[in-house]
Design a protein around this ligand. Structure first.
Ligand SMILES: NC(=O)c1ccc[n+]([C@@H]2O[C@H](COP(=O)([O-])OP(=O)(O)OC[C@H]3O[C@@H](n4cnc5c(N)ncnc54)[C@H](O)[C@@H]3O)[C@@H](O)[C@H]2O)c1
Length: 274
């Protein structure tokens, strides 16, 4: 028996990194998963891993920033599994620069991915969540649904060179608090997790080697310097960066029944107080 047996979880950006670990964790607790990623290959690989382990998963490939994405994502869940119980807004990347060099394109690309896309996904989920909640209320039963938005310590503290990203991730916190007040009547717990440094592709130590990733045809630098990783470890009370599994465990807390009376909260998962 898993804690999420029968639940349907939608997770954006779940082909790699933290999202991939969230998908495996929720599937291991019995949830059926709608995987999304910009890149088809890692999305399909994640689906296969879940299926091989005896779970259920389906992929909805594409950018969360595409105008039709939200409707398509929700439709995939409803068509495949007849419901929506958990939404994790995780897809993202960084495109850093100091303010004097940051272009409008850089600004809007990051706001669109981290803030506008979750807004659209949650808006598209509304009719389904409202209808289910009304039917459950009429039967006199309480069924809790979960939204977990992914923020960052860059939002809580600010981070030089990340004005676009810090702003978008701070917007996610406002969105979380506002929606927790709107959707409490539907028994939806809306919370956010703000990660500190977690070891993934986004924060690999290749920065000095000039590593880049392709995001919708744009070549974007990724990674942080080995010096930053070292100095972070010295400052961090828990002495190191987090793993994607540890990050996923924190998201799982907000997807589990144990969080049914927690909403509108932002929890930092950073190995340090914030
Ligand atoms: N790694 C960290 O230290 C850290 C810290 C704070 C917050 N975060 C946040 O955690 C989330 C996951 O990041 P990660 O570290 O696992 O990165 P990652 O690069 O390992 O994985 C992110 C995944 O999202 C996908 N993605 C990116 N843009 C997309 C789009 N437009 N549409 C669909 N998919 C898209 C990528 O293809 C990738 O598979 C992001 O929101 C990130 O901002 C990460």
């Amino acid at each position: 028996m898993g804690k999420l047996d029968g639940k349907v979880a939608l997770i954006t950006g779940s082909g790699r990194g933290i999202g991939h670990s969230i998908a495996l964790k929720l599937a291991s607790e019995g949830a059926r998963i709608v995987i999304n990623d910009l890149d088809a290959e890692p999305a399909q690989e994640t689906v296969e891993i879940i299926r091989k382990a005896g779970g259920e998963a389906v992929a909805c490939v594409g950018s969360v920033t595409a105008p039709d994405f939200a409707e398509r994502f929700i439709k995939t869940a409803v068509d495949s599994y007849k419901g929506i119980d958990i939404i994790v807004n995780n897809a993202g990347y960084t495109w850093d620069d100091v303010i004097q060099r940051m272009t409008d394109e850089q600004w809007y690309a990051i706001i669109d991915c981290h803030l506008t896309a979750p807004f659209r996904i949650l808006r598209a989920a509304y009719p389904h969540i409202k209808a289910k909640a009304a039917a459950e209320a009429a039967e006199g039963c309480e069924v809790f649904r979960k939204v977990v938005n992914i923020s960052s310590t860059s939002a809580l503290n600010g981070n030089a060179g990340q004005m676009n990203y810090s702003s978008a991730k701070a917007g996610v916190i406002g969105m979380t608090r506002a929606l927790s007040r709107e959707w409490g009547r539907f028994k939806v717990n809306v919370n956010a997790v703000a990660f500190g440094l977690i070891h993934t592709r986004m924060t690999s130590s290749d920065a000095n080697a000039g590593a880049t990733i392709d995001i919708e045809g744009r070549e974007i630098r990724v990674g942080v310097s080995p010096e930053l990783i070292k100095s972070h470890a010295q400052r961090c009370p828990l002495g190191r960066a987090g793993t994607p599994q540890e990050a996923a465990d924190a998201v799982y807390l907000f997807c589990s029944p144990e969080s049914n009376y927690i909403t509108g909260q932002i929890v930092a998962v950073a190995g340090a107080p914030q």
